[in-house]
Design a protein around this ligand. Structure first.
Ligand code: KIV
Length: 269
């Protein structure tokens, strides 16, 4: 691992320090022990057990069918393979609809090995974020394109393109930081908006399809390896050049750290 604390593990403090030093960090999704070990040993700071597993592992056309049982199973697999990365787990669709449900489900993910839970939303997750933070559960707030709301949004579209929507995202990001979020994840927003938010917040901001200026980058593992059926604009296949999987993951980590990925062609303006 390249960015470990003295204990040998990546922690929230590690990410905070990297942001303060202006150094980028790399994140990838992971769903099983074997890949978790490869990613972790290649220096990926954060492994996300994402509800994207509903699409890339289970073959659904959205993340909505993913259950808590699915998440707990894959979280436990990833924990066994992990070699010191920070482990983040998604709270899946409708698993944080009430206070008691949120606490029970977040606790189940933490017991399975998560160090931080991720939930999607803007102002409406402010109280949930505060509830979790007050009880010692770190939170990553996922904003911009929030796939669990795909039916409300009307598709997987770039968010924050008009001034009013961009302003709302800026204000809600601040609200969630103030409520106790430890990380913000921005998906599919214009690079300029992601830069403004990253500069205005104290917490690290992770981007996917959000340009090169966020503190860290995240990709779905299957996209990095070029095996996803669809390839959005922000995706790069690192396996094609590297030739093998550990090489592809190392190339991704290096490209993020050297600010070569994402390049202009992967960004929205
Ligand atoms: O579920 C997931 O994999 C995600 C990433 C797309 C950030 O939320």
């Amino acid at each position: 691992m390249s960015s470990q604390s003295k204990s040998g593990n990546v922690t929230l403090t590690t990410l905070q320090q990297l942001k303060m030093r202006g150094e980028k960090f790399a994140c990838l999704t992971a769903y099983d022990a074997c890949f978790a070990r490869i990613l972790s040993e290649a220096g990926v700071e954060v492994l996300l057990v994402g509800d994207s597993l509903g699409m890339v592992l289970q073959g659904h056309d959205s993340t909505l069918p993913v259950t808590m049982d699915d998440m707990i199973y894959h979280m436990a697999c990833v924990k066994r393979g992990n070699r010191g990365s920070l482990l983040m787990a998604d709270l899946p669709f409708m698993s944080y609809a009430s206070e008691s449900q949120t606490l029970e489900n977040a606790a189940a993910l933490m017991r399975a090995g998560a160090h931080i839970v991720k939930l999607e939303g803007g102002a409406w997750i402010e109280n949930t974020t505060r509830l979790l933070a007050e009880r010692g559960i770190p939170v990553c707030a996922h904003m911009g394109l929030t796939p669990q709301s795909v039916n409300r949004i009307g598709g997987f579209h770039v968010q924050g393109r008009d001034t009013d929507q961009a302003q709302l995202i800026i204000e809600e990001a601040q609200l969630l930081q103030d409520a106790g979020a430890n990380i913000l994840l921005l998906e599919c927003v214009p690079s300029e908006l992601a830069r403004t938010i990253t500069e205005s917040l104290d917490i690290p901001v992770i981007g996917i399809g959000a340009g090169p200026e966020t503190s860290g980058q995240i990709m779905v593992l299957h996209d990095v390896l070029g095996v996803s059926p669809i390839t959005p604009k922000f995706v790069k296949n690192f396996l094609a050049e590297a030739g093998d999987i550990p090489g592809a993951v190392k190339a991704y980590v290096q490209a993020v750290k050297e600010k070569r990925f994402p390049a202009r062609e992967h960004c929205f303006s």
